[in-house]
Design a binder for this molecule. Structure first.
Ligand code: S3P
Length: 429
């Protein structure tokens, strides 16, 4: 799919959807299921570009994984069941695949190599290579061991105490997975709490970590048992439809079965602070993760300041929050979010550039952006920058613009939300 055309306003979104499975949880289901002893059945799996790279990687490591739509069966071989791959592991566009798997591979008794697409090859890996090297790992890559491809010579690792310099669930999870194999205790201290899906899933499989606030201690669990897993819908995907409903007059959407992990719900906190009419219903716990249904209605939004603890809790949703800010009254300032510059693309530059094309009053900051809400966007020719979340954010903005918008290179939505454009059409009355 190349150029996608999105009709402009008026758009009214009505009805209900169940977005695809959570990307972070789906990756971890494959990884942890592969390390468990026995058969793990997963339902609600995200059958998307990123998570299929993780499936492919574990197949190359000798694990039998059957994927049928959103159901997956993993024949886990236990903690010491991975085998040397015959080929280079290709993580595609997926930072989560790369960073988490590298933690595992560093501790195996075989060598391996991992690479990715042209976007992933630009993303920083020193944040995992440095602490893994302190644990005794032998990993080399371009740019002084910072860039893919990474060559990993498996070694026996030792536990360390490590203060993670950036708030990153990928770095934390990489070290937790390495710590499962290391001698002694691996102690990880986070500067701010980040999504804890790895910790929750390991506990669900019977491998409990010692967690005290932002401090996590991991030890070799000897083994852990397979389990059934139900993956909730991805709040990061739900966020596009929540904002579509909030900014288009007359809209109301029910979004079912959404993962509400407290380290992921920053987008709801932010939108509520902006005055959004959002209700959570049917709250429950599934396989150790909080889940619920979300009702979002058209709302009069106002600009706010977004920084501090809200940033890691909403890191993937800040592009769509910047779209909501375009339709809010007054000024929205997003700061302390320079991590956005090292995502699938530089998401600060991408959103500022593309929203400007649509006529938004928006300005780049070194660590965020300033948006003056105006409600007067007009259709334009935009680019996705090859980034799924930029493509979907622009598409949502386009539904409230005057006239049609074309989005170049829109096929990248398949990374996390293959049916996004079909649903956008279907829910529009
Ligand atoms: C993820 C962590 C976040 C997030 C990414 C998924 C994860 O990345 O942006 O989409 O599954 O652990 P960082 O750890 O780099 O913040």
């Amino acid at each position: 799919m190349k150029n996608k055309l999105i009709k402009g306003s008026p758009s009214v979104f009505k009805g209900e959807i169940t977005p695809p499975g959570d990307k972070s949880i789906s990756h971890r289901a494959i990884m942890i299921g592969s390390l468990a002893e026995g058969k793990t059945k997963v339902s609600g799996f995200l059958n998307g570009g990123d998570t299929l790279c993780t499936v492919d990687a574990f197949r190359k490591l000798g694990i039998d994984i059957k994927v049928s739509n959103t159901n997956v069966v993993i024949e886990g071989k236990g903690l010491h069941g991975l085998g040397e791959p015959n080929e280079i592991i290709d993580a595609g566009n997926s930072g989560t695949t790369t960073r988490l798997i590298t933690g595992l591979l560093a501790a195996q008794n075989f060598n391996s190599e991992i690479t990715g697409d042209k976007y992933l090859q630009k993303r920083p890996m020193a944040r995992i290579v440095e602490p893994l090297t302190k644990m005794g790992a032998d990993i080399t890559g371009r740019d002084n061991n910072n860039l893919l491809p990474l060559k990993i010579r498996g070694r026996k690792l030792k536990g360390i105490k490590y203060e993670v310099p950036v708030a990153s669930a990928q770095v934390k999870s990489c070290l937790i997975l390495a710590g499962l194999f290391a001698d002694g205790v691996t102690e990880i201290i986070e500067p701010q709490k980040t999504r804890d899906h790895t910790e929750r899933m390991l506990a669900h499989f019977g491998a409990n970590l010692d967690i005290n606030g932002n401090n996590i201690k991991v030890q070799n669990p000897d083994q852990f048992q397979s389990s059934e897993l139900i993956v909730p819908s991805d709040i990061s995907s739900a966020a596009f439809f929540i904002v579509a409903a909030l900014i288009n007059p007359g809209s109301e959407l029910l979004i079912r079965n959404v993962g509400l992990n407290p380290e992921r719900t920053g987008v709801l906190d932010i939108l509520k602070l902006m005055g959004a009419n959002i209700l959570i219903e049917n709250e429950r716990i599934d396989c150790g993760e909080p889940v619920g249904d979300i009702v979002a209605k058209y709302s009069d939004l106002k600009g706010i300041e977004i920084k501090g603890k809200l940033i890691p809790k909403a890191i993937d949703e800040l592009p769509i929050v910047s779209v909501a800010a375009c339709f809010a009254e007054g000024k929205t300032v997003i700061s302390e979010a320079k991590e956005l510059r090292v995502k699938e693309t530089d998401r600060i530059k991408a959103m500022v550039t593309e929203l400007k094309k649509l006529g938004a009053d928006i300005e780049e900051l070194p660590d965020g952006m300033i948006v003056n809400g105006s409600e007067k966007l007009k259709g334009a020719k935009c680019s996705s920058w090859g980034d799924h979340r930029i493509a979907m954010s622009i598409a949502v903005a386009a539904t409230r613009a005057k006239g049609e918008t074309a989005i170049e290179d829109s096929g990248c939505v398949a990374i996390s939300f293959p049916e996004f454009f079909d649903l956008l059409e279907r829910l529009r009355t």
